[in-house]
Design a protein around this ligand. Sequence first.
Ligand SMILES: [Zn+2]
Length: 95
Amino acid sequence: MDPVVVAYWLLPIVAFVLFLGAYTYFVYRRLDQRATELSKRREAAIDRESGSVVCPDCGAENDLGYTYCRRCVGELPGGANHRRTGGSPARRGIV
Ligand SMILES: [Zn+2]
């Protein structure tokens, strides 16, 4: 086979592989940016001054220390590090 003909055959394949690589790179970069944005939003949602957490999914205010939202049962930011300074619910006047 003529090497020039082989080169013409390879050209679209090489172009496709290059396009695929660039596409994958940009998709991953966008996903990474989105994840960073989301984690920033979750951090900002924690309002430690008022002792409440705003749900990132539905916007409902929840008391600090809860893992799940009381309205939509979505996972709340900072739910893992419980802050138990108020004592029992009865002592805080909840019950
Ligand atoms: Zn919610």
